[in-house]
Design a protein around this ligand. Structure first.
Ligand code: SF4
Ligand code: SF4
Length: 393
């Protein structure tokens, strides 16, 4: 690592964001124990209105945003999802729907596509239907399979999102088989990032180093084969095991931001857990001020805030010192070097976790994510499809 260098760039941003994560609701019909949503979920009554989302999307486009992931929770629970997609498209923002696939029918998907939806990312918990449903906390595998077919029928690009952990890592080959079987263009295999409910359930989710190594070999073996079928395989590295800090969010306040269901604007979806961040909301400030001027966004922007060993490390402009939320979660200090980095003085915190003797095989999945409160009244034209998604609340 490390040759001494100048202290780094100041905390103001000459750059503009291009990506937005729009968390439309924390409501969700599933109860995944690896969910990265916060332990305290935003209530329905606190959610932004349709008009507030439309205004936020116009402001985001003015700021430079060209791509938005419409996520949650389950964004299908917003009865105004079509209007939100149309507002984004009208502002010049491409939208991708990130969904559990529960409660999406042909008619609604058609309306979303007509409004400008560009692609869909569908979560899958396991390739075995019964185990998928066990992890998800409700029957949902057949819904997902049906939704995948509808997405292809609508001509929209389809991505499968799989969060990996000790309860599905051994099924990686079968999960990869789902991509061609369901007509996906892409499959993202994301090793669990330990935030929110996943952090609470870390002991039940963390795989052994040996099983992770087998999984990494499986991905290498299958990637070329699937590339021949024009299927992209994305492997999100498990930073706990690699000894390298991840370049979280491409840098704090560097390229993207998150708007949570109640309008709070964050540099990273997990940043709400950092105390004293004093995150602004779109109800109180415009996005231009929030991005360029708010303390929340300037606090860890650039490299001037860094301490050693990051401050004089040659990698500081590549990984930005890792993840602030993870540094806080593991050390109680959000300005510390991410303990996932092998140069961190706190790296033993991560090593102790991953090098501990593997826990005995256990069916324990961890605590299911708390069910969210019921969604508000659904517009008549969306009622039938939203009802199905709501029923498990
Ligand atoms: S419970 Fe599962 S499907 Fe719902 S938001 Fe969390 S991870 Fe996604
Ligand atoms: S986290 Fe800090 S010390 Fe570790 S490689 Fe990145 S910049 Fe260097």
């Amino acid at each position: 690592m490390a040759s001494p260098r100048s202290p780094g760039s100041p905390g103001t941003s000459p750059v503009r964001p291009w990506a937005l994560l729009a968390e439309l609701t924390h409501g969700c019909p599933l109860r995944c124990p690896y969910c990265s949503n916060p332990l305290e979920l935003a209530t329905k009554s606190a959610e932004l209105t349709t008009a507030e989302w439309e205004d936020a999307l116009r402001q985001a486009a003015d700021l430079g945003v060209v791509s938005a992931h419409l996520s949650g929770g389950e964004p299908l629970l917003r009865p105004d999802l079509t209007e939100i997609v149309a507002a984004a498209d009208g502002a010049g923002i491409h939208t991708q729907l990130v969904t559990s696939g529960v409660g999406l029918g042909r008619a609604r998907l058609g309306r979303l596509a007509d409004a400008g939806l560009r692609s869909v990312q569908l979560s899958v918990q396991h390739a075995d239907p019964a185990t998928n449903d066990l992890i998800a906390g409700r029957r949902s595998f057949t819904d997902k399979e049906r939704t995948a077919a509808l997405i292809r029928e609508a001509g929209l690009p389809l991505g499968l999102n799989v969060v990996l952990h000790r309860h599905n890592l051994d099924a990686l080959d079968a999960l990869l088989d789902l991509a061609p079987a369901w007509g996906a263009d892409r499959i993202e295999l994301a090793n669990t990032q330990f935030y929110g409910w996943a952090l609470r359930n870390r002991a039940a989710l963390l795989p052994s180093r040996e099983r992770l190594a087998v999984a990494a070999r499986t991905v290498r073996r299958r990637r070329a084969e699937l590339a021949e079928q024009r299927i992209e395989v994305v492997w999100v590295v498990p930073d706990y095991f690699e000894g390298n800090a991840k370049p979280c969010m491409g840098g704090w306040g560097a390229i993207s931001f998150t708007i949570t269901p109640d309008g709070t604007v964050l540099p990273c979806p997990a940043a709400a857990a950092i105390p004293g961040l004093d995150a602004p909301t779109v109800r109180d400030h415009d996005l231009e001020w929030i991005w360029h001027r708010s303390r929340t966004f300037t606090r860890y922007r650039g490299t001037a805030w860094m301490r050693e060993p990051c401050r004089s490390c040659d990698l500081r402009e590549k990984d930005f010192g890792g993840c602030r939320c993870q540094a806080f979660a593991l050390t109680g200090d959000a300005s510390a070097t991410d303990p996932a980095c092998r140069f961190s003085p706190d790296h033993h915190l991560v090593r102790d976790l991953v090098d501990a003797p593997p826990a005995p095989a256990s069916p324990t999945l961890g605590e299911p994510r708390r069910p969210a409160r019921r969604a508000a009244a659904v517009a008549p034209e969306e009622a039938e499809e939203a009802e199905e998604a709501e029923e498990a609340h």
